[in-house]
Design a protein around this ligand. Structure first.
Ligand code: FES
Length: 173
């Protein structure tokens, strides 16, 4: 006698977490912006705003909606550093790499950040707490090096202050 196969739980989400809600957010972005001249960027921004990233499953939906090739959409996503194709950690920490911040130590801060978090840009720490991103000017040039943790801007950030920001980010709800 053979043992019956275990029942599988069927959900409408893929392994990557792209389900009905993500599909709906992508469709809403297309519906909202497809009439604009140059609708791709606004649509990608809307998808990332809604989902925190642009899932790979969203790309064919957007391409079909705009009558573009997959390569067209991928090309734009990969050109702009801002777009993220992996689900981020619980907090997103951006380091400014633009000139004014570079002139007051942003490169050293960047090295410290990568080393202490154990990730490169676009990477997420092993505990899923923090995703490190680069940004090119936060409008806080006089107070560099500048970083942004989620929506909060921090200026004159050295390695010590960076570690404090990370520790707070890890414990904050
Ligand atoms: S150059 Fe860093 S905030 Fe403007």
């Amino acid at each position: 006698m053979t043992t019956p196969a275990p029942k599988r739980t069927v959900t409408n989400r893929s392994d990557t977490g792209f389900g009905a809600a993500e599909r709906e957010a992508t469709q809403q972005a297309c519906d909202r912006f497809r009439h604009l001249p140059g609708p791709l960027l606004p649509i990608l921004h809307a998808v990332q705003d809604a989902l925190s990233y642009v899932p790979k499953e969203a790309v064919p939906l957007i391409a079909r909606d705009l009558n573009l090739s997959l390569a067209d959409v991928h090309g734009v996503i990969s050109f702009y550093h801002y777009f993220r194709t992996e689900r981020p950690g619980r907090r997103v920490l951006r380091i400014c790499r633009a000139e004014a911040c570079q002139s007051v130590g942003a490169a050293a801060l960047e090295e410290h950040a990568k080393r202490s978090l154990g990730v490169d840009f676009h990477g997420t720490t092993a505990d899923g707490a923090i995703t490190l991103e680069a940004v090119y000017c936060l409008g806080n040039c006089a107070l560099g090096p500048s970083v942004m943790i989620d929506e909060r801007l921090e200026g004159r950030v050295d390695a010590h202050r960076f570690d404090e920001i990370v520790a707070q980010a890890r414990t904050a709800r």
